[in-house]
Design a protein around this ligand. Sequence first.
Ligand code: PGA
Length: 260
Amino acid sequence: MSAPRTITLDNITVYIEANDTDVGKRAADVFCTTLTQAPNAAYGFATGSTPVCLYKELIARYKAGLLDMSGITAFNLDEYYPITKENDQSYDYFMSTELFNHVNVKPENRDIPSGEAPDPEAECLRYEKAIRTQEDFKLQILGIGENGHIGFNEPASTFPAKTNYVELTESTIAANARFFESAADVPKHALTMGVGTIMMAEQVLLIATGPKKSRIVYESLLGSIDPQVSASALQMHRNVTVVLDTDAAHDLLANLDSVS
Ligand code: PGA
């Protein structure tokens, strides 16, 4: 299969790129186009290994004088609970080291659910309100879990509407254990934007790479809309861009090619 390739599925534009570097460049193009149009808006960031290629490219463009993030308000999808900000596995730490220490987002304009809050439910309410009072929540960056989660919205019977305190599934703990000394060290809970919170963003930019994401990308974009796969809610969003590498696009393309 040749890359790059672009597919349009109703509200969703899918870019397929040859490799991680090109995924990062394409995702950065999408992000920067919106940033240029809305330099003072709110943007939602994501953690995990997938968006690192995007952050590398944003840092390179910032260093080249091509990017100004000084006007934005930065939110983050989720955070483990409990966890300290200094823990090198916290998402607060990740965002600092992988992006914010290298670009000009103002520290006072960064917000992330706090893994140190004494009351997780109260922290969810605070965070949801902070996002909902933004006049212009422009774009949310997303990765996707192998179980279809966006943020830490694990398979459920309904789509969570708001920022919520969740128990992580065994499959997510196993998938994230690679970053910790052992699976036993992975926090069992997290604070996450709800699917409803994510859907408030005017634009969603979902990135997926590698063969392990191929099946769930296909199910999320072309399967039934089902809270067992929280990413499937994006089929109902008005403006979604998906950037995939050829491995993550495999099942999607196989199914599209078989019906066309
Ligand atoms: P990953 O995580 O980018 O590390 O694969 C994605 C996710 O779980 O949302």
